[in-house]
Write a protein that binds this ligand. Sequence first.
Ligand SMILES: *Cc1c(COP(=O)(O)O)cnc(C)c1O
Length: 457
Amino acid sequence: MANEKIPYKIYLSEEELPKQWYNVRADMKKKPAPMINPGTGKPVTKADLTPVFCDELVDQELNETDAYIDIPQEIQDFYKMYRPAPLVRAYCLEKALGTPAKIYYKFEGNNTSGSHKLNSAIAQAYYAKKQGLKGVTTETGAGQWGTALSMACSYFGLDCHVYMVKVSYEQKPFRREVMRTYGASITPSPSTTTEVGRKILAEFPDTNGSLGCAISEAVEVAVSNEGYRYVLGSVLSQVLLHQSVIGLEAKTAMDKYGIKPDIIIGCAGGGSNLGGLIAPFMGEKLRGEADYRFIAVEPASCPSLTRGTYAYDFCDTGKVCPMQKMYTLGSGFMPSPNHAGGLRYHGMSAVLSELYDQGLMEAVSYEQTAVFEAAQRFARVEGILPAPESSHAIRCAIDEALKCKETGEEKTILFGLTGTGYFDMYAYAAYNDGKMTDYIPTDEEIAASIAKLPKIG
Ligand SMILES: *Cc1c(COP(=O)(O)O)cnc(C)c1O
């Protein structure tokens, strides 16, 4: 099909929206390693997980065999309020770059939470409500997940308690107010409200906090309060499952116009948007039906895939969660305060880690000044002010498009534009003022953290 026939934005009708999520694990010959219960040293069972997570979400977490899982009607109805997310042809960016590459992005920033996180938040809140729970607890880094969960909980009338990484709590007061508007209560983490928080504060009194600490606090509160469970916005296989709506919609839209991406790019914090975006395409690759290049993009300050180790590790600093085999920098790794808060996680989804380990996916890392240069370039031609996290994918897409300019190849590039950056204006200010710095951990720092990994198998 000729270029000019492809619209700037490809939307889908309500009938074309996904009615099932796609579970990529079903098509993986070698599955991700099982989670381990740190108490028994054995693979986790349903009984281990149900005190922490909602029952149906535990089933989804442990389900490696069903390729398709029905999206409950209530969730489909909620999705209709802000989905489909548009698939945009970046004609203006292509022109500005002078590249023969065709660039598409799937834009997930069209809801108040400003990111893709609402796709999983609404699903998790739904299952909590269905189970008759009073509420949920969670962590939030930059605040997108906390916002999304607050929205989802208010929709279903659930209590929502958010532990927010301290540096973000201080830097992003407006995020906090959005969450409070939706009825959530917010505590900066580490805090003195939990045992694990007090312990971390005693050891590191000046800490900025981290996602790993906030997770530990939220889990402690969930398991010690009747009628509460903990929910997590990334990393877990259930979250990648919910986020498959991104990829399923993108694939339907592309198939409609006969477009086949050569390269699919996404930023990777815990891996949920990338896992969701690539899911149906990866399924085709795993089944031998098609081939694609997949690229995970991470910050140079928190390079779990590119410089981490594939090993069992704790998912949280307080070591209260199950252990997972993943690419990790060590659960004690304290990433420098990079502006892409949503990417400051020491580990990576077990599913993506395994796909990466099998050589089915690539990974690159960028320093934040290079990322913001791409963000500014994109904002000026495509009209959207991107989130710093999303801008990692933009940077990589631009670089791939510039390679095409050199070689003359007309590759088709698809990237995930996960959200908007309106709450990241301090970061933009630092960039605009020329005051942004880059911090890359040394090999010694990473090795010291890796040396503390739990000794398992
Ligand atoms: C949370 C977040 C990310 C990173 O999380 P993943 O689970 O890796 O997708 C990326 N972009 C935005 C806008 C986010 O809010």
